[in-house]
Design a protein around this ligand. Structure first.
Ligand code: PHE
Length: 339
């Protein structure tokens, strides 16, 4: 039995020197000192010993246990130390290495101008309203006083998804959605993407952006519209900017006007940008047609309103002196990083 104990001690100590993981150490501890371990197994044979042998073997077994426990503790400390050293070595950081250079992104010029437009109108007390780009024919046309077969539909080059569903051709359907769900007073702008099946060239794109404006309240007049557009033009193009209204026709406004601003290139004297005109058209506007108000359950005898819609690309090109709309959509970083 004495030899058995010595053998176990030697065997266990040998194995301990070879252990390299805490998990193995736990296994070994169980294998030798656990309830079903080697040591316990031997001690179960003590009953067969004589009364003189028993305390001697008992003491020896205790010594073996203590020695093993101590070695296990030492091994554990060794493993923890090795593990820490390994991590310190693996995770070493050379703080003198040059850092990775991250390219800083920039806002797209259209986003810059959209942000500015929103700021201007938020400053005048407007709220922002949005609607879907895939729109019902009803919201895009019908409710805006453009019935089926109305000639105005031809001018819009509509992408039809089905008979009653279109890619919105302007942001005006957001007016309808908003008026049908809100009571006056209403003061909103609706920025967003719109679609028309135009061929791409320097001034056309099948996808572009508009900002719609709508104000409905008691006693809103054409004077309010003109004052608002004047303030807007000065805010976006500079304080010397003037506007002029030319009579026009939109089915959803009456009276309607096209609105020009004095040319941002020459200030009105005539240059290449305004083709010698001195004026540049930037938006359509007018007093909301009574039929449109009625369609939205707003009584035109009590309320009146004005609306306007502008093209964001045109304004962006004017502000930054961009002469080809395609530049705004080609996403050439060399172009975009100038803004
Ligand atoms: N929806 C018109 C367009 O896309 C613009 C407009 C909006 C005109 C509101 C008048 C009033 O051309």
């Amino acid at each position: 039995m004495k030899q058995q104990l010595e053998a176990i001690q030697k065997q266990a100590l040998d194995k301990l020197t070879q252990i390299s993981e805490i998990r193995e150490l736990e296994d070994l501890k169980v294998a030798y000192l656990g309830k079903k371990g080697e040591l316990t197994r031997i001690l179960k044979g003590m009953g067969a010993l004589t009364a003189e042998e028993r305390p001697i073997i008992g003491q020896m077994a205790n010594e073996v246990r203590t020695a093993l426990e101590e070695s296990i503790a030492n091994t554990r400390a060794r493993l923890v130390r090795e593990e820490r050293n390994k991590r310190l070595k693996d995770e070493v950081i050379d703080v003198t290495l040059p850092g990775k250079i991250r390219a800083i992104g920039k806002k797209h010029p259209l986003t810059l101008v959209l942000d500015e437009l929103k700021d201007i109108f938020l400053g005048m007390g407007y709220e922002i309203a949005e609607g879907p780009e895939i729109e019902l024919d009803y919201n895009n046309f019908e409710a805006l006083n453009i019935p089926k077969n109305h000639p105005a539909r031809d001018t819009q080059d509509t992408f039809y998804i089905s008979e009653n569903v279109v890619l919105r051709t302007h942001t005006s359907p957001v007016q309808i959605r908003h008026m049908q769900n809100n009571k006056p007073p209403i003061r909103i702008i609706c920025p967003g993407r719109v679609y028309r099946s135009d061929a791409v060239d320097a001034t056309h794109s099948p996808v572009f952006h508009q900002v719609e404006g709508l104000v409905v309240d008691k006693g809103v007049t054409m004077g309010d519209l003109i004052g608002t557009l004047q303030a807007f033009a000065k805010a976006i193009f500079g304080k010397d900017t003037r506007i002029r209204l030319r009579p026009h026709h939109f089915p959803f406004t009456e009276p309607s006007a096209e609105v020009d601003v004095s040319c941002w290139g020459c200030g009105g004297t005539g240059c290449r940008i305004c083709k010698g005109e001195g004026w540049i058209e930037i938006l359509g506007a007018g007093m909301v047609h009574p039929n449109v108000l009625r369609e939205c359950n707003i009584d035109p005898e009590i309320y009146s309103g004005f609306a306007f819609g502008m093209g964001v690309e045109r304004i962006t090109m004017g502000k930054f002196g961009i002469d080809d709309m395609r530049l705004l959509f080609e996403n050439d970083v060399r172009f975009l990083k100038q803004f």
